[in-house]
Design a protein around this ligand. Sequence first.
Ligand SMILES: Cc1cc2nc3c(=O)[nH]c(=O)nc-3n(C[C@H](O)[C@H](O)[C@H](O)COP(=O)(O)O)c2cc1C
Length: 303
Amino acid sequence: MDYRNKKILAPMVRVGTLPLRLLAAEYGADITYGEEIVDHKIIKCERRINEHLGSTDFVEKGTESVVFRTCDQEKNRVVFQIGTSNAVRALTAAQLVCNDVAAVDINMGCPKAFSLSGGMGAALLSKPELISDILTTLRRNLSLPVTCKIRLLKSPHDTVELARRIEKTGVDAIAVHGRYVLDRPRDPAKWNGIADVVSALSIPVIANGDVFEYDDFQRIKSATGASSVMAARGALWNPSIFSPEGEVSYEVTQKEYIRKCILWDNDIRSTKHTLRDMKSHYSSLEVPEWRAVVKSETTAEIA
Ligand SMILES: Cc1cc2nc3c(=O)[nH]c(=O)nc-3n(C[C@H](O)[C@H](O)[C@H](O)COP(=O)(O)O)c2cc1C
């Protein structure tokens, strides 16, 4: 996988399932990350071909619960993001999916209590030896690209030192979310913090933070010198953000999203959660249309 000059759909829990990934790609996303999946969870799964949908499913053994669904169409651009705190488990998780995805990524930025208490996400940022162990283990044992996604540390010096250490593990690229662990999403992303990492490394750096419209892809690239750019909320609110032909209306992308959720039998909780995040950006949720969505028990009802 080439990480230069790419527009990338960021990993988003509950949101970055197959329908949103395919939609983002249709509008121009070159690489699409799946939602973070914790190693313990994927390790409990078995791979099944779903003849009916034409998908490859990773289903929790003994249940019908689909933990990760993908398809051939996205095989060359989908990135499987792992939540982990252990090199052996991360490798076991990656080996299970490695023939069906284009790359694997380790989440080192999630500040949520669930991740931190399990020693995952941003908890890794203060454990450089564990980071090296995980990334080196993956790099040595997998033939597909390995990356990680970090946040900024307290000082530019610390961030750059960590990034240099990560580069030494042989990873193919590093994504930098330009916020500190304690920052809120509404705090502005610090693009200069990303620029510091770009100047210090030779591997491609993927810049992430506050890309809300098509022109922002170029803006953040010029400001940071990064090789590629990753968008999360901007792409969730309107996946056509990736389109060089200009954004289409939210009503259109929402409809397309629901259509894909039906086609790929997306988990209803993921569909509702994603629609909620999309919708709340544009209007209050105190409207009859949204109340009807909340009550819906199937995607067909939502449609
Ligand atoms: C709904 C949602 C879910 C997210 N889930 C993940 C995740 O699974 N893994 C991850 O590394 N980051 C996750 N993030 C963080 C984003 O990938 C991204 O780093 C952050 O939102 C900043 O990008 P933005 O300013 O373009 O939104 C999530 C963000 C949102 C809004």
